[in-house]
Write a protein that binds this ligand. Sequence first.
Ligand SMILES: Cc1cc2nc3c(=O)[nH]c(=O)nc-3n(C[C@H](O)[C@H](O)[C@H](O)COP(=O)(O)OP(=O)(O)OC[C@H]3O[C@@H](n4cnc5c(N)ncnc54)[C@H](O)[C@@H]3O)c2cc1C
Length: 406
Amino acid sequence: MIIAGAGASGLSLLWYITESDLLKNRSILLLDRSLTPADDKTWCFWDSNDLPMKDWIHHSWDSLNVRAYNHEFPAKLQKFGYHCMRSVDYSDALLKRAKADPRITLLEADITGFDTIVAEPPSIDRSSNGTPGSSKLGVVHTSQGDFTADWIFQSALKPVTSSEPSPRRHQNGIYLKQHFLGVEIRTEKACFDPSQATLMDFDTPQDRGLTFFYVLPFTPHEALIEYTFFTKTVLSRDEYMRGVEGYLSERFDLDASGYEITREEIGVIPMETRRYPARYNERVVNMGTMGGLTKPSTGYTFTRIHRHCASIVSRLEQGRQPVVEGESQYRFRVYDTMLLYILEHQPAMGKQIFHDLFQRNHYDRVLTFLEEKTHPLQELAIFATLPYAPFLRSIWKMRRHILTGA
Ligand SMILES: Cc1cc2nc3c(=O)[nH]c(=O)nc-3n(C[C@H](O)[C@H](O)[C@H](O)COP(=O)(O)OP(=O)(O)OC[C@H]3O[C@@H](n4cnc5c(N)ncnc54)[C@H](O)[C@@H]3O)c2cc1C
């Protein structure tokens, strides 16, 4: 097998494959343009405390907060922990394991494309191929040459059929971005409560679209502050930075002499109604962001990547094609479409909706809903706490998209 792209999804898949007794005879080529762990992302997720890889979690919170219209909704989580993993720790641990494993070959190379070729009959090892009888192999083209495998799992290139939307498709779809600058700071005075993360603080100007601050405190003196937008256009670093400085001054009474910046991260995550194909071609499977694993209405991807990788491995173990179609059920895709429509066309409603959502529902219930683990009656109970007019309007406006499968 080839894993093309050694980020969150590539390394997670590698972990699930190497943990499988049934796949222990597989040899794997792991490709990325850089195999040096990068400290460029902080992945947060919630779970019921039974996920693998616990050792690499950087910090966990048992309490969350949301703020809007000067109201705060702090509460302890009962069902979940809210965790963060640093990409550098995750990559470091998994790449070290990979280097020590004789089944795995690591190669730094630029990936330029994918193809299939017809396999010469003698070269097919049908005992290790997930689909006996198949005569194709996947090919990855790289700066270091071409490589072939029964299956290629890729998270590096945009699938061909999901190229940038044309103006015509724009009319039927919604293409927002969740974009942010995250600034990690160390303060002189004690400012933060490391047991509580602020998911969203909406008490900041909303004139560009839905805008909020996300505050992840690690110690009383250290926190990651992310200035986040759900809009179409990203900002310059200076514009984000001015917002962060204003927020630190207003909310924590911190001026530039009261803190030092220890780290920064910039993020752009797609929030789109477009569906990504599960395959790049017959033998190349899309994963991670390139596989459309991002939940369109929230940008959360990490847990979905884990579920996707676990399903791929389970199929490989059963000798089935390791292709998993679609992450979300139809009704959740409809809910995502409704919220995205509102965020694009009535962004001012976004703050009100999130205010009502967190004022009238416990975090455990909201997180279960965002995890798509609720049943329809529970979902109706949540919708009953929200202003209904914008949602009805969104259904009407997006009816063609909804009726054709969302
Ligand atoms: C800053 C940031 C913060 C995020 N925070 C969260 C979060 O808190 N919670 C959450 O659920 N989601 C979060 N996400 C969304 C998502 O979980 C991450 O983007 C995640 O890294 C996606 O995993 P991936 O494997 O698809 O992509 P990546 O992790 O980006 O991995 C792709 C890999 O492919 C390699 N690559 C790309 N192109 C080529 C090429 N041409 N040749 C060779 N190699 C190539 C890259 O070097 C990279 O290693 C965040 C995203 C960003 C950008």
